[in-house]
Design a protein around this ligand. Structure first.
Ligand SMILES: Cc1ncc(COP(=O)(O)O)c(C=O)c1O
Length: 191
């Protein structure tokens, strides 16, 4: 039998496993209850928007047998008009996790550094670890807000990605652009 574990990249073997919140079915079984309002993974207890459900049903009926337009040019055009940013500023993915992963795959080499807050969404640490990059974890301020000044101060010529989660998960606190150093961050040019 093949030793699949031994064949994996060492960066993958050294990555801490992400343990997601329990699915509602498991919680029901565990508590012996039928009706649960689940809040621990920040899911919407009100359910999806009826408009979103309608749009999904329409799309499944009309388009699910064909490959989609993966770069979503119509959506990108609308977003770039709405936010007055170039189309190149947007990247579409199936959820934020997929976008974070794609950023890591696209940009990170082992000699690069990734800056993120000490208490934040675990995918930032996860993708940096999987790509073998150096993780620069910036401790939170005593009030659990993100220390944006320290993040800005940690930028070096080796910095490739800076993750600022807003509002932050899991603290739920906002970083206000006007009160932070974030708009002043300039990545130094590499030699
Ligand atoms: C900050 C943050 N980023 C990304 C994700 C993952 O989002 P998605 O379900 O869209 O992949 C979550 C999910 O909780 C999150 O809190």
């Amino acid at each position: 039998m093949h030793d699949l574990q031994g064949m994996a990249r060492s960066a993958i073997l050294n990555t801490k496993e992400y343990i997601p919140g329990k699915p509602v079915e498991a919680v029901k079984r565990g508590c012996g209850m039928d009706r649960i309002i689940k809040l621990d993974t920040n899911e919407n207890p009100l359910g999806p928007s009826p408009l979103a459900v309608e749009a999904m049903i329409r799309e499944i009926r009309e388009g699910s047998h064909l490959y989609p337009e993966s770069l979503c040019p119509e959506l990108v055009a609308k977003l770039s008009a709405r936010f007055n940013l170039s189309a190149a500023s947007f990247y579409m993915g199936n959820g934020a996790d997929a976008v974070i992963t794609m950023m890591g795959l696209t940009f990170l080499n082992p000699e690069d550094e990734v800056i993120f807050p000490g208490l934040s969404f675990p995918a930032y640490d996860g993708i940096a670890a999987k790509m073998g990059a150096t993780r620069v974890r910036i401790p939170m301020r005593p009030d659990f807000t993100i220390d944006t000044e320290a993040m800005a101060g940690a930028v070096t010529p080796r910095t490739k990605l800076v993750f600022l989660c807003n509002p932050n998960n899991p603290t739920g606190l906002m970083t206000d652009k006007r009160n932070s150093m974030i708009s002043m961050v300039r990545i130094p040019e590499t030699a």
